[in-house]
Ligand binder design. Structure first.
Ligand code: SF4
Length: 483
């Protein structure tokens, strides 16, 4: 993008700098002039294709109060709707263009955009206001300029921003129907029906080893790009951030491992990863960048997998909040025991199928459960607890036992094995690959299989590998070894 050519114009037109270098910029609470949408309010972003004669290029409309009418420290609902037109513009491109709103708005200095669709979260820095930002029109004009420059198939674009609470609610309900219609398109199409998957590198700007693979049975983990969207984007801009990945040979049908994806994983991750099993939770799982809508987390105490979405403000039964687990999961890594997914992946017939699929799901917040209730296997609907049923590991285990959740069969088998051969079961836990902590100290059902490839191991004690970790220690007491 030719930012240099436009610097002078931008300096005159906008009271802020525009550059990809601001992408990682965060606006903390103390520095924030105003918060828009986000977890404590409501909002959405939407792109719609339209006929060329329906659009007045560059037009901006605002429904509700402008920035200059907002109080410092206040929070408001916020929606951004763009209509685009061009000879190559088709409805299949809407989701792809919509996802770029996140990139382009983050190029604006002092402006933070997080998430996508109905989860958007924006903050504007106090410094931006001091420098002269006073209207959403300035933001919208800069964003539209970036859309046109970066995506030349957009010939005309107009924007409507909404801050009026009632109007946001009304239009949000319509937007959710549009997202659902987009997502429903992939329901009749499966991984085995196509020869090509699609990759996306948009999030490599902050997660350089992230390898996003979008297949008919696995929507992107940000939830914004499905297989049809990837196809449309790759067609209109084959050199762009979305591109085709020929599947190649199938290596593991159940796990969803393909030679073409593995080759791309090596290339995209700079050699960090060479295998990805698209539908596996434990074995070479998909990488997680940070945009995931939901985090899956292994709970060894019940040998099940819990799921928490970014709207849930409480803690999961393992005592951790979404933000804590998201920090553990993100960064473009393959983290065994945590996995980022899009909400729509719960609807996939291949949902973590090598790990037991829905039979392994042992907890989720009630709002998330409500969102996907039509897709939960009917026999499990009342067996998956929420925060109303289980708030810690004890109440979780009690609930699963009382409801005879299928995961309890794993306990029964393992307990029986342990009773039949206690010594053997003990040594099994101790000698499982890379696992040297005896099972009882982990409060696990006896003999429960260790998490594969977890970063413990060796018979010479415990080896723990931390990557990108910050450790704070108040005091260290060193004692000599007694002889
Ligand atoms: S999460 Fe994946 S698919 Fe979504 S924008 Fe990021 S890289 Fe692309």
């Amino acid at each position: 993008m030719k930012y240099g050519d436009q610097e002078e114009n931008m300096a005159n037109e906008f009271p802020f700098e525009i550059s990809p270098m601001f992408e990682g910029e965060r606006v903390r609470k103390d520095d924030m002039f105003v918060e828009l949408a986000g977890p404590k309010s409501r909002g959405f972003e939407l792109v719609r294709a339209a006929g060329s004669d329906e659009i007045k290029d560059g037009k901006f409309s605002l429904i509700g109060p402008d920035i200059s009418e907002m109080q410092e420290g206040s929070r408001h609902p916020f929606a951004m709707i763009y209509r685009i037109a061009g000879k190559l513009v088709e409805p299949d491109l809407e989701a792809i263009v919509e996802r770029r709103n996140h990139d382009f708005q983050n190029y604006i200095q002092g402006y933070m955009h997080l998430n996508q669709r109905y989860d958007v979260w924006v903050r504007i820095n106090k410094d931006a206001i001091k420098k002269g930002l006073k209207s959403f029109e300035q933001i919208a004009k800069a964003t539209m300029m970036l859309f046109r420059n970066e995506l030349p198939f957009i010939e005309k674009i107009e924007a409507t921003y909404i801050t009026n609470p009632e109007e946001v609610e009304k239009q949000r309900a319509e937007a959710i129907k549009i997202y659902e219609t987009r997502d429903a398109r992939t329901r009749g199409l499966h991984d085995e029906d196509v020869d090509v998957f699609y990759g996306c590198t948009l999030c490599q700007s902050f997660a350089p080893t992230n390898v996003c693979v979008v297949t008919p049975d696995r929507i992107s983990l940000c939830g914004a790009i499905n297989w049809f969207d990837g196809r449309a984007a790759a067609k209109v801009d084959p050199e762009g951030p979305q591109f085709a990945i020929p599947k190649g040979e199938i290596i593991d049908k159940e796990g969803g491992e393909y030679s073409g994806v593995n080759e791309k994983a090596v290339a995209l991750s700079g050699g960090e990863y060479s295998r990805i099993k698209i539908h596996s939770f434990f074995d070479y799982p998909h990488t997680s960048c940070g945009c995931f809508e939901v985090v899956g987390f292994y709970i060894p105490e019940v040998d099940g997998i819990g799921w928490v979405d970014r709207d849930y403000a409480g803690t999961a039964p393992n005592g951790l909040a979404f933000s804590t687990m998201a920090g553990q999961t993100g960064g473009g890594k393959q983290i065994i025991g945590f996995l980022g997914v899009g909400v729509n992946y719960f609807r996939s017939p291949k949902f973590i199928q090598p790990d037991g699929g829905w039979n392994r799901v042992v907890w989720m917040p009630k709002n998330l459960k409500e969102k996907i209730k039509a897709d939960i296997p009917p026999e499990l609907a009342d067996k998956v607890p929420t925060e109303d049923d289980a708030s810690d590991l004890k109440t979780l285990r009690d609930f699963l036992e009382k409801k005879q959740h299928p995961v309890t069969q794993r306990w029964t088998k393992e307990e029986t094995a342990a009773e039949a051969a206690p010594e053997e079961a003990g040594s099994l836990a101790a000698s499982a690959p890379g696992w040297s902590v005896p099972a009882p100290t982990m409060s696990m059902p006896p003999g429960m299989p260790a998490m594969p490839q977890m970063q413990f191991g060796g018979s010479e004690g415990v080896k723990i590998t931390f990557k990108n970790a910050k450790i704070t220690i108040d005091r260290i007491v060193l004692k000599g070894k007694e002889k």
